[in-house]
Design a protein around this ligand. Structure first.
Ligand SMILES: CC(=O)SCCNC(=O)CCNC(=O)[C@H](O)C(C)(C)COP(=O)(O)OP(=O)(O)OC[C@H]1O[C@@H](n2cnc3c(N)ncnc32)[C@H](O)[C@@H]1OP(=O)(O)O
Ligand SMILES: CC(C)C(=O)C(=O)O
Ligand SMILES: [Mg+2]
Length: 534
């Protein structure tokens, strides 16, 4: 029962759920999002790789740019059905058709509201007129295209008997998909399911077409309502990547897909989505829309597969399924993450140290753990480089072989930065060096190399703030490679250049101490081998 997908159930064709992606239409209706045709095309190609069944590419009457984008997608993206939205007006349907007609499999999606509130206050018309508009629109769309979807907008707030009449008209005129939206995110799962049960009763012909759900997240129920609709017999789900869309958004594609994937043995429902493309699709949509994904967002948030709490980390290290219902790799991530922080425990610390090639146990582990907690209290996250520093500082008790005595760095936009340093060697001698670089830090590191006459190579450089505010202590961590040895060092100062210099000198000292220790061990081993056997 740990990860439900381990036992593969038989997949029944009638339980296949079509994924209708509306990221480029309803998703783009989010305030502040405006994608140009090339950006829409890039997302559409990725949606095709993801394996969605339908891409709602846009609402072509909206603007020449949206028309162009839909047309580009229709012409270039192979695989999914390419759909365009239209009101019941003839010019909308013409624009939709003209934009999608070159697609392999085009679909026109036309809609009109069926709730009294929309009919009376927004459309300012009558139920009879709505029936007439629905009839004319579906009939006209079917003259142009074999695949026509009809939506009674604000379906969940409509009088179900009137809505059933409109749906029957749409089916009579040839609609192939009937989508009943919860336009304002008002319904609850049991109500939405009951609405579909009643619609199937009132419109038996619904069994002959694809029935679809389209839910908004105003009350945080978009995915729950979508699931309720699917369990009531619908077999198309309309959703958007990262849950973007009008107001609080649409049902999130990744959530509904992974819900069906993870609970397939219970639900029996399945999609043709290539789940390994989910993370990549989410990143692309976030980047191009400018909408960041919240860290704790289900499935695609950066914390969705991360563990910081010691008890959870211990469980996950012993058996991943203790705290994970999905495998991070299923959505295309490399692995889950053990994040070291204030709430972590010894098991996670030891594992992280092991990954750095440092075996620490017993009293040494306790000592490192104590230092680790002190640092974790000050920093949000403790990284691999911090760990190396903790170990080299607290466990190995290395003498500081070199020391940064003084430095000058000149930075200018007119000439290459120049650094001069004085470094005290282990013998107590003070050596100096100067060098230019690509930037002040690069110049400083080269000057240190020049002073001590070694050619260390910088592998990693990271700056973080230990404390907040303008006078924050900056902490620099560097990792270097010297004569094939990797070592790290940390420097803390309110001056980032000084912190960088200290960190670099410390890393050099650690690398040289390591190599001295290795040389000593090598001599000892050779002496032992060469000693006469008694
Ligand atoms: C639930 C949904 O997501 S529906 C899709 C919503 N998406 C969008 O609206 C984005 C794109 N929209 C647009 O660019 C513009 O609204 C346009 C180009 C479509 C229309 O612009 P305008 O002609 O200036 O009309 P405006 O947007 O101000 O008002 C909407 C009009 O459409 C009518 N209308 C609304 N829905 C429908 C419908 N399904 N069928 C026919 N007419 C409709 C309204 O009653 C109103 O008509 P009126 O001008 O006679 O009062
Ligand atoms: C156009 C329709 C399907 C819509 O987006 C809604 O009702 O939310
Ligand atoms: Mg919508």
């Amino acid at each position: 029962m740990s990860e439900a997908r381990t036992d593969k159930p038989e997949r029944r064709p009638e339980n296949r759920v079509l994924v209708f992606d509306t990221t480029l239409r309803d998703g783009e209706q989010s305030p502040g999002i405006s994608l140009n045709p090339q950006e829409k095309l890039e997302i559409a190609h990725q949606l095709a790789r993801l394996g969605v069944d339908v891409i709602e590419a846009g609402f072509p009457i909206t603007s020449p740019g949206d028309f162009e984008a839909v047309q580009l997608i229709a012409r270039e993206v192979e695989g999914p059905v390419i759909c365009a939205l239209a009101r019941t007006a003839k010019q909308d349907i013409d624009a939709a058709w003209n934009a999608i007609k070159d697609a392999e499999r085009p679909r026109i999606h036309t809609f009109i509201a069926t709730s009294d509130i929309h009919i009376e206050r927004k459309l300012q018309t009558t139920r009879e007129d709505v029936k007439g508009q629905a009839r004319a629109a579906v009939a006209y769309a079917r003259e142009l295209c074999d695949d026509v979807e009809f939506s009674p907008e604000d379906g969940s707030r409509s009088d179900v008997e009137f809505m059933a009449e409109v749906i029957q008209i749409a089916i009579d005129e040839g609609a192939t998909t009937i989508n009943v939206p919860d336009t304002v995110g008002y319904t609850m799962p049991h109500e939405y399911a009951e609405m579909f049960r009643r619609l199937y009763e009132l419109v038996p012909d619904l069994h002959k077409v694809t029935v679809s759900v389209h839910c908004h997240n105003d009350l945080g129920l978009a995915v729950a309502n979508s699931l309720a609709g699917l369990m009531a017999g619908c077999r198309q789900v309309e959703c958007a990547v990262n849950g973007i869309g009008e107001r609080a958004g649409n049902a999130a594609l990744e959530e509904i897909v992974m819900l069906l994937h993870t609970r397939e043995p219970t639900l029996g429902l399945w999609t043709a989505i290539n789940t390994r493309e989910i993370a990549r699709t989410s990143r692309l949509v976030s980047r191009l829309t400018g909408y960041p994904v919240q860290p704790n967002k289900a499935i695609v948030g950066r914390n969705a597969f991360a563990h910081e709490a010691g008890i959870h980390q211990d469980g996950v290290l012993k058996d991943r399924t203790t705290y994970e219902i999905m495998d991070a790799r299923t959505i295309g991530l490399e692995s889950n993450q053990i994040v070291l922080g204030k709430h972590s425990g010894r098991h996670a610390l030891r594992k992280a140290l092991e990954e750095l090639g440092l075996r620490v146990d017993g009293a040494a582990l306790n000592q490192a753990f104590q230092r680790f907690k002190e640092i974790a209290d000050k920093k949000k996250q403790v990284t691999a480089l911090d760990l190396e520093a903790i170990v080299s500082d607290e466990i190995k008790h290395r003498p500081q072989a070199y020391e940064l005595v003084a430095f000058d760095v000149e930075a200018s936009s007119r000439r290459a930065p120049l650094a001069r340093v004085e470094v005290r060697t282990p013998d107590g001698e003070t050596v100096s060096g100067s060098f230019t670089g690509d930037g002040p830090v690069d110049a400083l590191f080269s000057a240190i190399n020049a002073a001590i006459g070694r050619e260390a190579r910088l592998r990693e450089y990271r700056v973080g703030a230990v404390t907040g505010g303008r006078d924050a202590l900056g902490e620099v961590t560097v990792q270097i490679e010297l004569d094939g040895r990797v070592a790290s060092g940390v420097g803390v100062s309110t001056d980032i250049i000084e912190a960088s210099g200290k960190a670099y000198v410390r890393a050099l000292s650690n690398a040289l101490a390591d190599s001295a220790a290795a040389e000593a061990e090598h001599h000892l081993q050779r002496a032992a081998r060469e000693a006469p056997t008694p």
